[in-house]
Design a protein around this ligand. Structure first.
Ligand SMILES: [Zn+2]
Length: 702
């Protein structure tokens, strides 16, 4: 999967996602327990909300996502409101937010913030005239944001995940500063790139860039420092005093595979508790309101005996023609994967124009090396070699656009003007919403899961009907959308009124529903063969609507930080997420840190998109070694993460003693009466049955 960034969403909204692997924080405890609200953006390109959500949660904030913004009384319970890229505010929202800030609240708006709400921008954020600029760097000005940061010239990175900087630079948002507003940075032409303001008792900031998007910086470690500075300034005294309201709720972490059978507090059964899975942990949430300041309580959680299992899967994704390099010896590829400590390999088997690197459908364009010239069946051999080494194989399939159009010449995508939509080679796109456009691709999947002993199937980039590649207005799509509108009591608007595909609205909702229906058809086919089905998505909240439709999702975290998975994992339930990181161009040290960050964000599966310089599967020596080191220690890293997640919630609580065993967890919880600096304040033994990480058998690098 290779999802190119595209399409300005607003005039100014080309994408700028995140990244980062540092955990450089001023003082981790200074934000612990503070309550933050992250607003849902009003464009579908939602990587900003996952970026700021992840950054706040990582700092210990208790973060709520997407509550209404139009009630000042509801806002007052939050220490911070992160507006991120919410562009338009209603009058009621603007009034409630202004009143929230005036009464001592803190507001942070990212990457231009509410650019389409000029009154709020002017009156509260003290900025005007927001506009796009393309720049290669900026200068940080004296002020709170620059605290402790030596070099003020901040250069932007040439490569961010799979994207390259354009000649003119990355898109940022410049603005004019008004009155008593304090500019924080300037671009090379002197345009202001962000303003801090005081409004009544509170503070606010609108930035034209994102410190939470540190992957865009040549020195990414500066991002978290700037964000710490920003939050420290915005929150003022609250950083020292801590939260004014305690949640009186805590969460206790267990491995995700735990099946809870009972909870007791001081020997008495607790009935009112909630269990939910968040990635690699299962959390038991319960009230601790009966434990007063200075008091302790014994908590006991029972569960069915845990089976031995890994907590983290490690994956290698082999895109495009990388499999060709394995045609000489599938065993050698399997050895290489084993040497990396990969537990899952996910090769792309077929592209969108029918190129196939396995023996598939008669209509495919078979690859010479892996199919026509190969003695025997390459994919069968590869699966056997991988299975014999304990590596599972998930086959990747792009929907073929060419063959359905050949079979049904009318099943083509139309744009809003009724013109046929074509790919860069001039071939029409098939409409995958139309059952006739699905037919051949579903048959491909049936053939694949019938003929091969795969462990799962994943759809590659072009299946999402709500994604820009499927922005179709053909007769079938319009007729179905009209019916959807009727069923939901919505006024149908024709394609010319559809506007930008990325604006949430009924059409977007309809397309999401159509995507779930398509996913259900795919899943029904794989389930009939006892195999799991998934789809690749961007790591955004918008993609999580597919969590119930598939068995697992692949999350592409190339430009975004692994910590962005935090908000996604909150919404995944029992559906697995495979977090895929970008290896080409990556700094080897950063690759290792990203794996650690993914694990500490709760991901239960993490891996890399790899491609060698010769187009084959072998990364260069340094990056191979980075993957090997990172994958070798995932179970140890998980254990460190698990101890962090053992207790969360009400920031006054700490564990003073305890043990976590095969079928029982016992913790002594103490309400310290004030915000703690450490969650584990005594001996806690963790003795979980698990498969040990393969740290001891790292082969010597050549
Ligand atoms: Zn269509």
């Amino acid at each position: 999967m290779w999802r190119l960034a595209l399409l300005p969403v607003l005039l100014m909204l080309v994408l700028i996602p995140v990244w980062g692997a540092q955990s450089v924080h001023a003082d981790k405890a200074s934000f612990l327990g503070l309550r933050a609200l992250v607003a849902q953006p009003d464009v579908v390109w939602w990587e900003w909300d996952v970026a700021i959500y992840g950054a706040l949660e990582e700092r210990g904030f208790e973060v709520t996502y997407g509550d209404p913004l139009d009630q000042a009384s509801a806002l007052s319970q939050y220490d911070l409101v992160a507006l991120n890229t919410r562009r338009r505010l209603t009058d009621a929202e603007a009034a409630a937010l202004a009143s929230y800030v005036a009464q001592g609240g803190a507001l942070y708006a990212s990457w231009g913030g509410p650019m389409e709400t000029s009154g709020f921008l002017r009156d509260v954020l003290r900025a005007a005239n927001p506009r796009s600029v393309y720049i290669r760097g900026m200068t940080l000005l004296d002020g709170p944001l620059a605290n402790g940061i030596g070099p003020r010239e901040i250069a932007f990175a040439e490569h961010v995940g799979h994207q390259d900087m354009r000649d003119k630079g990355w898109e940022m948002v410049a603005m004019d500063v008004l009155g008593d507003g304090l500019p924080v940075a300037k671009d090379p032409s002197g345009n202001v790139l962000g303003v801090l303001s005081e409004h009544g008792e509170g503070r606010a900031a609108v930035l034209g860039f994102g410190p939470e998007q540190e992957k865009y910086l040549v020195r990414p470690e500066l991002g978290p420092l700037m964000l710490d500075n920003l939050l420290t300034w915005l929150l003022g005294e609250k950083v020292k005093t801590g939260p004014s309201v305690w949640s009186k709720q805590v969460s206790i972490g267990l491995p995700a595979r735990a099946e809870i059978t009972g909870v007791e507090m001081n020997g008495r059964a607790v009935r009112d508790y909630r269990v939910r899975r968040v990635g690699s942990v299962r959390e038991v949430e319960l009230s601790v309101s009966q434990i007063g300041p200075g008091q302790e309580a014994d908590l006991r959680i029972s569960y069915r005996p845990l089976r031995e299992a890994r907590n983290i899967e490690t994956m290698i994704h082999l895109p495009w023609g990388t499999l060709r390099a394995a045609a000489d010896s599938p065993a050698r590829l399997a050895d290489y994967l084993k040497s990396l400590h990969a537990t899952v390999v996910q090769p792309l088997l077929r592209g969108g124009n029918g190129q196939a690197w396995y023996r598939g459908m008669p209509e495919d364009k078979p690859d010479g090396r892996t199919v026509t010239q190969y003695q025997g069946n390459f994919l069968s051999d590869l699966i056997r070699e991988c299975h014999s080494r304990g590596i599972r194989v998930i086959g990747g399939i792009y929907f073929d656009s060419t063959t359905p159009v050949r079979q049904h010449p009318d099943v083509v995508q139309l744009d809003a003007n009724g013109q046929v939509r074509r790919d860069e080679y001039g071939s029409p796109y098939a409409c995958f919403n139309n059952p006739q456009g699905q037919e051949y691709n579903l048959a491909t999947i049936a053939q694949l899961v019938t003929s091969y002993d795969l462990d799962g199937l994943i759809l590659d980039d072009n299946y999402e009907l709500d994604w820009y590649v499927n922005n179709c207005f053909c007769q079938y799509c319009e007729e179905r959308y009209r019916r959807y509108c009727e069923a939901h009591g919505i006024a149908y608007t024709d394609p010319t009124q559809a506007g930008d595909y990325s604006r949430p609205g009924p059409r977007h909702q309809y397309r999401r529903e159509a995507t779930r229906n398509l996913a259900a058809k795919v899943r029904a086919i794989t389930q009939a063969h006892g195999k799991r089905a998934g789809g690749w998505v961007s790591v955004t909240t918008d993609a999580t609507h597919l969590a119930g439709a598939f068995d697992f999702l692949g999350g592409m975290e190339y430009t975004s930080s692994p910590r962005s998975a935090r908000l996604v994992l909150e919404r995944m339930g029992e559906c697995d997420l495979l977090a895929l990181l970008w290896a080409p161009h990556a700094d080897p040290a950063a690759m290792q840190r990203e794996v650690q960050e993914a694990i500490h964000s709760g991901c239960a599966a993490v891996g890399f998109w790899v491609m060698g310089e010769d187009g084959g599967y072998q990364l260069d020596g340094e990056r191979t070694e980075a993957v090997r080191r990172a994958f070798a220690s995932v179970e140890e890293e998980w254990l460190a993460f698990y101890r962090e997640r053992l207790l969360s919630g009400d920031a006054r609580f700490a564990v003073t003693a305890g043990s976590v065993g095969r079928d029982r967890l016992r913790l002594r919880l103490r309400n310290t009466g004030a915000r703690v600096s450490r969650r584990i304040a005594g001996e806690v033994s963790v003795d979980l049955p698990r498969v040990r990480g393969p740290a001891v058998d790292i082969p010597t690098a050549r």
